[in-house]
Design a protein around this ligand. Structure first.
Ligand code: TGC
Ligand code: FAD
Length: 389
């Protein structure tokens, strides 16, 4: 595979701090050296290479943005660049890290008790433990408020019943952050996965995110101590605040996937000859490269602004929605276009573009589909909710 040359047409590099560049470069090098050699096999055979988790932990990327213990406290832009570089490797790699950090460690850090934090954060940061986040149910995806998973108080315990579906890291998790209704109100619970009554059968047969574990979570009379609940957060705002963190990471991440496929087709077009000329010398080929690079550049600039707003503490969930929606849409269109530009090789496993393209179908769907972010933004702009018909 040719050496990766990351596109940076507007010298975004020049707008980063030295620390941000260092963090990005460390993850970029790790992805090139350690992840790229194994990703095709992992994707083809449908597994997440768990043996690399300690190395990811060593890079400091598991919840590395949180203000806790001796964590590296990555700033928002450094964190975003980490997501970008990981997703350049594969959306499944970024998903593993963003679920662990944004959807498991973040709620434990923000809403958990000292006991939750001290039990789980060090182990999740060091990769000794893996976490998952259960919000979606078989019958409630875009509309999590309709969830049917229920917690009932029984003396000093809660009893949990119900099911979640499409849960990243589910079968490999040691702890699950689970959202369930208690007296009709959405509440969060920290559930060790060895609790009797908990099971997490893996969902096999995906045509997307194959290098990522996706599972059902089943709760059959799972008895939890009263201390398992997040004490002070009630309603959908709890899980949605976690989604803001993860969606932020996705907006950055998918730009990495788009950069990867752009780099692949640019190099391919220079090397491959048809009609006695390199493909890259044809106008149509060039137009596609130019469209692709322009879309990547716009998304890079949007992300950097997003990151600086987050740093300033003024970022809104609507800005995150726009960035997630726009970046996922453009990255998927880019991957489809670039797949075509590789001709037959575009469907071969030795090229990465089709893998990214298939992954991006999931990424466009999870963390709020394109349509849902359209409705979130539509409501923000007009004041009228179009969610419910
Ligand atoms: P709605 O009335 O809009 O809101 C209910 C309550 O939540 C508050 N809220 C937010 N709080 C924080 N951040 C946000 N972004 C928020 N959006 C809404 C809101 O203020 C309200 O609070 P309160 O106190 O008044 O109760 O709710 P709705 O029922 O109309 O539904 C709309 C909504 C926003 C839930 C829906 O549009 C939505 O976002 N659906 C998408 C569901 C989703 O994204 N699921 C993702 C599951 S996790 C996942 O996919 C992981 S993928 C793996 C990986 O990341 O790699
Ligand atoms: P639906 O909500 O049934 O939507 C189907 C279609 O209808 C979509 O096109 C949608 O845009 C459209 N639609 C829905 N409502 C409206 C409306 N009001 N107006 C117009 N159109 C509408 N969830 C977790 O909780 N944790 C995880 O770790 C997790 N990981 C995932 C990993 C993968 C690989 C995948 C694919 C999903 C994962 N999810 C996870 C679930 C994901 O968040 C949901 O799939 C997503 O929120 C969409 O829900 P749904 O699949 O039920 O689709």
């Amino acid at each position: 595979m040719a050496k990766y040359e990351a596109p940076d047409f507007f010298d975004i590099d020049g707008l980063l701090t030295e620390e941000e560049r260092m963090v990005r470069d460390a993850v970029r090098d790790w992805v090139s050296e350690r992840w790229m050699p194994v990703v095709e096999e992992a994707y083809r055979d449908g597994f997440f290479p768990k043996d690399l988790i300690p190395e990811l932990a060593e890079l400091g990327v598991l919840g590395g943005n949180l203000d806790y213990g001796d964590f590296p406290r990555l700033g928002p832009v450094a964190y975003g660049l980490v997501m970008q570089e990981l997703e350049r490797g594969d959306s499944g790699l970024r998903s593993f890290v963003s679920v662990q950090g944004a959807l498991v460690m973040y709620p434990i850090w923000r809403y958990g008790t000292d006991e939750h934090r001290d039990t789980w954060l060090p182990k999740l940061h060091s990769g000794e433990a893996v976490g998952c986040f259960g919000l979606t149910e078989p019958d409630h995806g875009s509309d999590p408020g309709g969830m049917e998973t229920k917690a009932v108080r029984d003396g000093d315990e809660f009893v949990l019943n119900g099911a979640k579906m499409w849960i990243t890291n589910g079968s490999m998790a040691d702890v699950a952050v689970v959202w369930a209704k208690l007296d009709g109100v959405v509440r969060g619970f920290v559930v060790p996965t060895d609790t009797p009554g908990f099971s997490a059968p893996e969902q096999r047969g995906k045509h997307s995110l194959r290098a990522s574990v996706t599972s059902e979570l089943i709760f059959q009379d799972v008895r939890l101590p009263a201390s398992a609940i997040f004490p002070d957060v009630q309603g959908l705002g709890g899980p949605l605040s976690c989604l803001n963190q993860a969606r932020y990471g996705i907006a950055w991440g998918v730009v990495g996937a788009a950069q990867a496929v752009y780099d692949e087709v640019r190099q391919y077009g220079l090397a491959r000859t048809q009609f006695d000329r390199p493909l890259a010398s044809f106008q149509l080929y060039q137009a596609k490269l130019v469209d692709t690079l322009s879309e990547i550049t716009k998304a890079q600039l949007m992300n950097l602004r997003l990151g600086r707003l987050k740093e300033a503490g003024t970022l809104t969930p609507y800005q995150v929605s726009m960035a997630k929606r726009n970046a996922c849409h453009d990255a998927l269109e880019i991957a489809r276009r670039c797949r075509d530009m590789l001709g037959a090789n575009g469907v071969a496993g030795e090229y990465q573009t089709m893998r990214h393209m298939c992954n991006l179908e999931s990424v466009k769907t999870y963390e709020g589909t394109h349509d849902i972010h359209t409705l979130i933004l539509g409501r923000a702009i007009t004041g009228h909710s179009a969610f419910h018909g």
